[in-house]
Design a protein around this ligand. Structure first.
Ligand code: RAM
Length: 931
């Protein structure tokens, strides 16, 4: 037995975060024990203002005292008011079910700059003269990125630095440096938010970089979302300007109690550097001959640099929305600066290419064996002035050359000019690409594979789950969904990483969100994104279709507009609901409650007949479904059904959340709304014997998933769904919306065999069709490429789009069987219920929940169903083990009813139900000889 431990101490979902601006941060921990029945019966949290105080037992900020409670997540700080910059060192002791205490190692967080008056820094930009006087540099225009500027400032520090903290943000992207060191591995700071409404800053501990004597604080400033191309926009500068600017504040605390503040202000200087131009869509051009050695170090001669220009702070603006057709408005209020509250973007993995082919002389194509987001870092040597051009693509043409047509206007091209004189390491700074293949030109011989490294870049959300089964292609499918997530969770959940789009499409995010929660810990990521969603809500209450919302441009104004889309805008309700269900987070629901109510109010206001048919704006329907055409601007009845179904489900989710929050009146209101919309749905579309007037797979799936049918009709509706699948020769035909529900609803309705058959189909259209044709990510379309027709129209054909990969959720929930319990949020109590299908001999998953790691793994062996279950300490599980009603279910070889930690509840529907306490269990039951 390993000794018990307390692990994964987190503050606001993050490990030892710096710069928190929640006045009452929430603390969580995980109790680990291999003892059956291990549980917490009481806890005590202590918080001290220094590590020494904590070690001395001096809890000067907070001592919760011993609290008799099994709560281990979201324990709200309730001590002395926390002021800006406060250091908070904490520790938790729990008492287990035997009364034994267990104390955690220390953890910490710091508070950020909570008042606007904490900022002494001024916003600065470069003097345009630095570009004008530099023949190699280029000014920004509406269609051309400008040359990123370098900034620097020298300052003196005495001996006796106890803490140095750097607060950083930009309108643009900033790479801060101190005394020659890159202060952080974070990329793309500050991350994308709705820059019309808020800007994030980051907090870095730079104590180790400050030295006595002269110091140099420096930064490079790029374009990013602020001024570069975003979405499919034909011009740059969507936030109203092409000018980037910088705000940094270094605070050096000395042993004698003084603090030296080094803020950006007019005393800084600037010049141009080696990056000629950089843009997310277009790529980066870098000339190493222009590097300025020592520019970020003390002692550097910056006499030819020019003074920076101070600029006013940004203001809160309302962009132009197509639906409202409003004029853009500027409130004049300063844009709030908010602490970043989710994992930063980082290089999380490096991939070596698996091959290189010289397709024509001087054109070298590398294959990374995996489609991903990020960039390539090169080691190269050559004469000064040698120019290497790197183009990126997801696929190859039949002749082995790079296929880039589907990138649309994204050039995705990096270019490096070598400095000469030895080995050089090159990488871009302010761009990323979605690619599996890299083309290098400009050198005769290809670089060795070891000198070409693929850097995988994403929001560094911690891994949470893994799935594995007996079917290798299904395992690859699961992996493809995981890579879809890795490729697209980059400060916001994007639709795709390669073409000129990369937007926070809400429909995609909501269908994939449950899958995402199993794959990785996305609590902080979605908490942050939900702010983007609410920031982008319009005055009428419409949630957007993409968050952060973008100025819709002339193509949309006066037309439908990107807001209120059925299945898209509804993410405004689905995201908080999912965060509550999966992570037990109630605060997210409280924070966004009013916004959600405004959305439901709007739906009700414009649809007095309880059918969601008015102001549907961009009504995408079951986007990219086949062959039943229920997609964009067609088949209005199916789209109205889909929209109404989502409205009903929004209302049901609102009622459940209201109840959880103790808002009884509102729970009643939304229950009544659900009942009314459900009745209207039934009246309009329900025919006899569970038939729907609109017969698509998705229509039935939504009716089943959202509880829109009378109980008595559910089985008939599910049978009809199976008939529709049979009519497609046992193939799926849904798009983004239906697909999330396809296998779960089939399974829950007693048709797990059909779900299994759909899962393992290898011919078109199916999940495995791309897999057998070499896909390493999920494709946007079922027919992105087919053997008959080759590539689909490149106008909209991404090979890294996770929506259709939402089947990963079903693999975890119903194949491995790790499922939420309706009666409990955050997996405090959960369900294990695997649904074996004919084509799998074994399957299993692990999932690190907020309460610890759950495992469910089964295999069929010796006519037995063998099920291994791990129930984390301080949780309980209801385990459903497939078993004939008269069968003997065992645990560890003895009758389960006699096993420690297990209670046999009964038999129903081919399962033995067991109430299980924490521990690791090996269940077995006869399998196969009953039907
Ligand atoms: C496409 C996006 C996205 C989808 C919308 C409706 O342009 O790629 O995946 O949600 O359209």
């Amino acid at each position: 037995m390993t000794p018990d431990s307390l692990t994964y101490l987190r503050c606001e979902y993050l490990v030892d975060p710096l710069g928190i601006d929640e006045p009452r941060p929430r603390l969580s921990w995980v109790q680990q024990s291999s003892r059956r029945g291990a549980a917490q019966t009481a806890y005590r949290v202590v918080v001290a203002s220094s590590a020494d105080r904590l070690a001395a037992g001096e809890a000067d900020l907070w001592d919760s005292g011993r609290v008799a409670s099994d709560q281990s997540t979201h324990v709200e700080y309730d001590g002395a008011p926390l002021t800006s910059r406060a250091a908070c060192h904490w520790q938790v002791t729990l008492w287990d079910e035997r009364g034994e205490p267990l104390t955690s190692p220390p953890a910490m967080w710091t508070m950020g700059l909570m008042e606007s008056s904490d900022w002494q820094a001024d916003w600065v930009t470069h003097d345009p003269q630095i570009v004008a006087r530099d023949p190699g540099a280029q000014p920004p225009t509406a269609t051309q990125p400008g040359t990123p500027a370098l900034f620097r400032k020298s300052f003196d520090a005495p001996d006796g630095v106890v803490r140095a903290t750097l607060y950083v943000t930009a309108r643009g992207l900033v790479e801060p440096r101190l005394n020659g060191a890159v202060v952080t591995p974070d990329c793309f700071v500050p991350e994308w938010t709705d820059y019309h409404k808020r800007l994030h800053y980051r907090t870095y501990d730079v104590t180790r970089h400050v030295r006595a004597g002269e110091n140099a604080l420096a930064a490079t400033l790029g374009d990013g979302w602020w001024s570069g191309y975003i979405g499919w926009q034909e011009t740059r500068g969507q936030y109203g300007t092409l000018e980037n600017s910088l705000l940094m504040q270094l605070e050096v605390e000395l042993a004698d109690g003084r603090t030296i503040v080094v803020p950006t202000d007019g005393s800084w200087s600037c010049t141009t550097g080696p990056i000629i131009a950089s843009d997310f869509m277009m790529g980066e051009t870098y000339d190493a001959r222009r590097e300025r050695t020592g520019w970020d170090q003390p002692g550097y001669d910056a006499t030819d640099w020019l003074p920076v220009v101070e600029v006013p702070p940004a203001t809160v603006r309302t962009p132009r929305f197509g639906f409202s057709n409003n004029a853009p408005a500027d409130s004049g209020e300063p844009l709030p600066l908010v602490a970043q509250r989710s994992e930063p973007v980082r290089v999380v993995e490096r991939l070596a290419p698996v091959s290189v082919t010289t397709v024509t002389p001087g054109v070298h194509v590398y294959d990374f064996g995996q489609n991903f987001s990020g960039w390539v870092e090169l080691s190269a040597a050559g004469p000064a002035g040698t120019r290497l051009v790197l183009r990126h693509g997801e696929r190859l043409n039949p002749d082995g050359t790079l296929y880039t047509e589907n990138l649309r206007r994204a050039d995705a091209t990096d270019a490096y000019t070598l400095r000469g004189g030895g080995a050089e390491t090159l990488r871009p700074h302010f761009t990323f690409h979605g690619f599996q293949y890299l083309e290098i030109t400009g050198i005769d011989e290809p670089l060795p594979l070891a000198d070409v490294r693929g850097c995988v870049v994403m929001s560094a959300t911690p891994p949470a789950g893994e799935f594995e089964c007996s079917h290798p292609l299904v395992n690859r499918l699961w992996k493809n969904a995981l890579w879809g997530q890795k490729g697209n969770f980059l400060t916001v959940p994007t639709d795709c990483p390669q073409r000129d789009e990369r937007l926070g499409w809400m429909g995609d995010a909501q269908v994939f969100m449950r899958s995402a929660t199993y794959n990785m810990d996305v609590a902080a990521f979605f908490t942050k994104w939900m702010n983007d969603v609410t920031d982008s809500q319009d005055a009428d209450g419409l949630f957007p279709d993409v968050a952060p919302r973008i100025d819709e441009g002339d193509n949309f104004v006066g037309l439908d507009g990107l807001g209120g889309g059925a299945g898209w805008a509804d993410a405004g309700v689905i995201v908080p609901w999912t965060l509550w269900r999966v992570y037990g987070d109630r605060r997210i629901v409280q924070r966004h409650w009013d916004a959600m109510v405004r959305w439901l109010d709007w739906l009700e206001r414009v649809n007095p007949e309880s059918i969601r048919e008015n102001h549907l704006n961009n009504n995408y329907g079951d986007w990219l479904c086949i062959p039943a055409d229920t997609t964009f601007r067609t088949h209005s009845e199916m789209k109205t059904l889909l929209a109404t179904a989502y409205w009903a489900d929004d209302a049901a989710k609102m009622a459940a959340m209201a109840r959880a929050l103790g808002r009884a009146d509102e729970a009643d209101r939304f229950d009544a709304m659900f009942t009314k919309v459900r009745a209207a749905f039934g009246k309009r579309w329900l025919e006899d014997e569970g038939r729907l007037a609109v017969e698509t797979q998705t229509a039935y799936l939504l009716a089943l998933a959202f509880n829109l049918l009378p109980e008595a009709d559910r089985a008939a509706a599910a049978s009809r769904l199976v008939e529709l699948i049979a009519a497609e020769d046992w193939h799926l035909s849904t798009g983004f919306i239906g697909i999330k529900h396809l296998n779960p609803e089939l399974t829950l309705a007693g048709h797990a065999d059909v779900a299994g058959r759909l899962l393992t189909n290898e011919d078109y259209p199916s999940w495995l069709y791309p897999v057998v044709h070499g896909a390493t990510t999920i494709w946007e379309r079922w027919n992105g490429w087919t053997a008959d027709d080759g590539f689909f129209n490149p106008q909209m054909n991404s090979f890294n789009h996770y929506s259709l990969g939402s089947v990963a959720e079903w693999l975890y929930r119903h194949v491995a069987g790790i499922e939420l319990d309706d009666a409990s949020a955050g997996f405090k109590q959960f369900v294990v219920k695997p649904y074996p299908t004919d084509n799998l001999q074994h399957a299993g998953a692990t999932y690190r929940s907020v309460h610890g790691e759950i495992e469910s793994r089964w295999r069929i062996e010796d006519a037995q169903f063998k099920l291994r279950v791990r129930v984390p300490a301080n949780t309980t599980a209801r385990v459903f083990c497939p078993c004939p009603s008269d069968g003997a279910v065992t645990e560890g070889g003895q009758p389960a009813a006699e096993a420690e930690g297990v209670q046999l509840v009964g038999f129903a529907d081919g399962y033995a139900e067991l109430a299980v306490r924490p521990g690791l269990y090996e269940f077995a039951a006869p399998f196969g000889q009953y039907a």
